[in-house]
Design a protein around this ligand. Sequence first.
Ligand SMILES: [Ca+2]
Ligand SMILES: [Ca+2]
Length: 185
Amino acid sequence: MLRGFSRERGFTIVELLIVVVVIGILAAITIVAYNGVTSAARDAQIATDLRNIKQAVTRLEVDTGGTVFNCPGGGTTFGPESAIDTAVTGLVSAPTVGAVRETCEWSTTAVNSWNGPYIQALNDPWDRPYFIDLDYFICDSGNGQLIAAVLTRGEDGDVDYPTSANSGACTTTASDDTYMELWRS
Ligand SMILES: [Ca+2]
Ligand SMILES: [Ca+2]
């Protein structure tokens, strides 16, 4: 009886600790794997959204003969910037006739030939509208470049130019933005 009781005494503290540690390791591995999957899915969604917005910009150009904000020659020099769902971009709702900024201006002809919406209002994974910036600076092959881009400003919600310099030699700096180039001057 005593011997049988002894065999069924249950787990020792050491055995229990080992079980707890093993469960902890398995949980950590699962969390890391899950985060990897969700961030890959998020990146894929952003890539799809940016591509769709770029296609909408092209359709807007075909109809109006202009482009987002209706800047002559595309406009990358100190061009305007805005969330895609504002009327001034001309993507989601019809723009009104008038000056935007610098030489960008919606003319009566362009507004009359507007046949959108070219895309529905669309938010990034952090529930903020995607953003169009006609003077977005990037570091390309070691040189600061000015481009027109559509982007998500990332988790921090701010535009972080991913470059150390606006022109000339540059190094890439930390940025949680994800952008797609529309054109460059
Ligand atoms: Ca800008
Ligand atoms: Ca950012």
